[in-house]
Ligand binder design. Structure first.
Ligand code: 9PG
Length: 474
């Protein structure tokens, strides 16, 4: 059955529906919580400043009611669903009484669709596909250094990995955070004495596509960039740099995405990485460039973000795979090949200290599975990265969780692995090779049920494991 649809244009859209049994709130960026919640839930703002800044849209960080970014759905008692979604960046959707209200910083095209859940999603993704070029589209098989070495990655460690990967059928080998001098200073540190071009050459000589992590839209407060190029930093109205989060032991600042100086800097960083030989770039912490601030060239903030991302794409060229991470979702469409759709998986179900403050964007398999399995509608418009699958035997994850991560990777056709290959047993290695080689037939049955080569898969249990998050929304 097709959905009933209509479109509207403007800064506001109001849809009267039936009473709302549950509301789909869509998180602003990759790590932001997404999923079905009680529309009347009371939200408690996250007390920790660093965690709060990286969690969701900063303009809604102190909200006590639920709302979402770009698109929102209302599910009704009769099983039908109403969707209100923007086709442009910069929109917000919230439940209001027995209706949905959409608001945007500048006029946008809205879709209002009602019908079955899969039909309204289809109506929305069809229009998004009409509007934004669908890049990517081929299976991604990537080995990434993050969960093997974190920031301690070295040239020598990468050489060992490359030797140990041997003939595992990865396509990309990607060096993650830890190679750079500082966040903002995108030159190799002392752990990569031969330089990044030599690293890329080594990866390529082993038969893999070289991949590199960068966070080009932020600068650590202690970086040379922040000290020497202050004109690149986004400022608040009172002139101080906009803090977009706290990590790597200090606050990090957002760059002003509308200044010519920043755009020139971005082109230079990306051109340099391309010149070193990297054809796959994981671009992280991108959300910072859509933080509110006194832009050099005033414009709505998600348009400002797109401007910077377009400069990045232009410098990278169409033949470079660009994976967005920590990235506003709707504002990234058409520019990137792929996008992370949930928080970091990590080797634990949840981090007690994050659970205690209600941080559903924090790392942990539960948060990653919950958000990613509620973001799979995005497969239709962009490649979706659910973060890594584990094959090593020393994680704290149980078999059900490990299997869910594998199935999710198959559904996304995006297999990321970050195990040091030397720790894998012969049978773990064979399982990994099998997942990398699989070309599975995937179909969706209902909200959380899928079939992979005819085998039923159900992610519904992820939300039923007792957690302090249950029954409320942040
Ligand atoms: C590298 C990592 C990995 C990982 C990314 C991203 O809120 N935080 O402080 C926060 C820190 C790190 C993080 C996400 C959130 O992980 O998702 O795959 O590349 O950066 O630093």
């Amino acid at each position: 059955m097709a959905a009933t649809v209509r479109t509207e244009f403007g800064t506001e859209a109001l849809v009267e529906t039936q009473p709302i049994a549950s509301f789909y709130r869509h998180g602003w960026h990759s790590w932001s919580p997404s999923g079905w919640v009680d529309p009347d839930a009371t939200v408690s703002p996250i007390p920790d400043e660093g965690r709060r800044l990286g969690h969701d849209d900063p303009l809604h960080a102190f909200d006590t009611t639920v709302s979402g970014s770009g698109v929102g759905l209302a599910a009704h008692d009769d099983g039908s669903v109403t969707l209100l979604g923007s086709l442009d960046a910069g929109a917000r959707v919230a439940p209001e009484g027995s209706g949905l209200i959409g608001t945007a910083e500048s006029p946008v095209d809205w879709l209002i669709a009602s019908g079955g859940e899969s039909d309204v999603w289809r109506a929305y993704t069809d229009l998004l596909r009409d509007r934004y070029e669908r890049r990517g589209g081929r299976p991604v098989r990537v080995w990434c250094s993050w969960y093997s070495f974190y920031e301690d990655v070295t040239e020598e460690a990468m050489h060992r990995v490359l030797a140990d990967l041997d003939d595992l059928p990865f396509e990309v080998v990607q060096v993650d955070d830890g190679w750079e001098r500082a966040i903002g200073d995108w030159q190799p540190n002392a752990k990569f004495p031969s330089g990044m071009a030599a690293m890329a050459e080594e990866i390529r000589s082993r038969g893999f596509t070289p991949g590199l992590w960068l966070a080009p839209l932020i600068a650590q407060s202690t970086s040379d960039l922040a000290a020497e190029r202050p004109e690149l930093l986004l400022r608040t109205e009172d002139g101080s740099p906009v803090v977009a989060g706290i990590n790597w032991g200090s606050p990090y600042y957002a760059l002003d995405p509308t200044s010519d100086a920043t755009l020139a800097f971005l082109r230079e960083v990306i051109t340099t990485a391309r010149g070193w030989g990297y054809d796959y770039l994981k671009l992280d912490f991108l959300y910072a460039a859509a933080f509110p601030g006194a832009y050099t060239n005033p414009m709505p903030r998600e348009q400002a973000y797109r401007l910077a991302c377009e400069a990045i794409r232009e410098a990278a060229g169409d033949d470079c795979y660009l994976l967005a991470c920590g990235a506003p979702i709707i504002a990234s469409l058409g520019i990137f090949d792929g996008i992370r759709i949930g928080p970091d998986v990590a080797q634990v179900w949840e981090m007690p200290e994050l659970t205690a403050i209600g941080d559903e964007s924090g790392e942990g398999a539960r948060n990653a599975l919950a958000t990613s399995t509620d973001r799979l509608w995005l497969r239709e418009v962009i490649d979706v990265d659910p973060d890594v699958v584990y094959f090593r035997g020393d994680t704290e994850l149980d078999e059900r969780t490990l299997a869910a991560l594998r199935d999710l990777a198959s559904i996304c056709e995006f297999v990321g692995v970050s195990d040091p290959p030397e720790v894998l047993t012969t049978s773990q290695r064979a399982d990994l090779a099998q997942l990398l080689e699989a070309a599975s037939e995937v179909s969706q049955i209902d909200r959380y049920r899928w079939a992979i080569d005819g085998r039923p898969v159900d992610f519904g249990w992820v939300r039923t494991v007792p957690s302090p998050f249950d029954g409320s929304a942040r």
